[in-house]
Design a protein around this ligand. Structure first.
Ligand code: PMP
Length: 353
């Protein structure tokens, strides 16, 4: 007789960035350094206790309506989930049910290959060029699906809408997912392509630009047909994915556009002076349009800098694999004060080598 372990679905899970319990300067998971809109706090505290007795709205109607209105779509064009990880995982399950491989870059969000493995989806990674750019010609072949973040992570490099339209127009045979987790920090959104192509899914999150990683809200915009398929899979898995408090918080965030834009501007401003300061310290990096910078020092090893910064209570992200990026640090943008402290410590560490 065979052993029960033969029937286990074994996977190598995604490794999330550390969430230390002590107070540190946390530049390792691309969170927003500012709190969410004050309206979010108000909405959360006004959720009546009796609301928690009942199941939440399975259709997330208020949040879906707020997102639809914000982007100028109908509610049937919107799907919401527990962070964009949930939305992306459900999208892989729903749309990549093909025997042909799904294409994505070799250096990208490291959850894509995990979901593909989990759902037994065949995939092929396409190597970024020496400047970490995506070569669109690599995506010219018929395939089971395409997923690309814009800007890409962890490089921070953004491409214009025309770049994606070029790829999408050649692929009526599959769903193309554009992961716009970081798009609000200064790059072009592909949302309008959703109005033109019925096979484009744009996925977004409240975790970064809306400072709500702790709530877990993500969403997708797509044709009504795509969203219907996505909802059918979600309702075959778990009807009540989003809790009542989070649903109320999400609506409040969408309603405070002024605060949202003000904080975006602040992060972008800090990112730009941080680039300058890093250059002066001898770092090089692709030009980031996101809330992080992917940087390499001219002489000091990234793994050493990572460890030394950690000793000083500054957490950045270091990926030892793949080899091509093992000498880079991914540095999330904090407040001006946090970034100044980070730069000062970095200067000292480099001096001491
Ligand atoms: N896409 C990309 C490219 C990301 O970097 C992240 C953050 N880890 C996500 C999606 C998921 O974000 P969340 O689940 O918080 O919405």
């Amino acid at each position: 007789m065979t052993k029960w372990t033969n029937n286990v679905r074994t996977v190598v899970p995604y490794t999330p960035g550390e969430q230390p319990k002590t107070k540190v300067i946390k530049l390792n998971t691309n969170e927003n350094p500012y709190p969410p809109s004050p309206l979010v706090g108000k909405a959360i505290s006004s959720v009546a206790m009796d609301t928690l007795r009942k199941y939440p709205d399975p259709n997330c109607s208020n949040l879906t309506a707020a997102i639809a209105k914000y982007h100028g779509f109908d509610t049937e064009n919107v799907f919401v989930g527990v962070g964009s990880d949930d939305v992306l995982a459900m999208s892989f399950l729903t749309f990549f049910n093909s025997t042909q491989p799904v294409f994505f870059p070799d250096i990208t969000y490291s959850f894509y290959d995990v979901w593909a493995d989990l759902f037994r989806i065949p995939y092929e990674t396409k190597a970024l060029d020496s400047q970490f750019k995506i070569n669109p010609a690599d995506y010219d072949k018929e395939c089971g699906g395409i997923v690309i973040p814009n800007p890409n992570a962890p490089t921070g490099i953004a491409e214009p809408v025309s770049f994606f339209e070029d790829i999408i127009s050649k692929h009526p045979e599959c769903v193309v997912i554009i992961d716009e987790a970081y798009v609000d920090f200064g790059s072009q959104s592909c949302v309008d392509l959703v109005r033109k192509y019925d096979n484009v899914l744009v996925v977004r999150t409240f975790s970064k630009s809306r400072s709500m990683a702790g709530n877990r809200i993500g969403y997708a915009l797509g044709s009504k047909e795509l969203i219907k398929y996505l909802s059918d899979c979600k309702f075959s898995f778990n009807s009540y994915t989003m809790d009542a408090i989070t649903l109320a918080a999400g609506v409040a965030s969408i309603e405070d556009d002024e605060y949202f834009n003000e904080k975006l501007k602040a992060v972008i401003k800090t990112r730009e002076w941080t680039k300058q300061a890093l250059t002066e310290l001898g770092f090089t990096f692709p030009d980031s349009k996101s809330n992080f910078i992917f940087a390499k020092h001219e002489s000091v090893e990234a793994s050493y800098l990572f460890q030394e910064l950690k000793k000083k209570g500054i957490y950045v992200r270091y990926f030892s694999k793949p080899q091509r990026i093992s000498n880079y640090l991914r540095i999330s943008i904090g407040t001006d004060d946090e970034m100044q402290k980070f730069i000062n410590e970095l200067r000292e560490i480099i001096k001491g080598v």
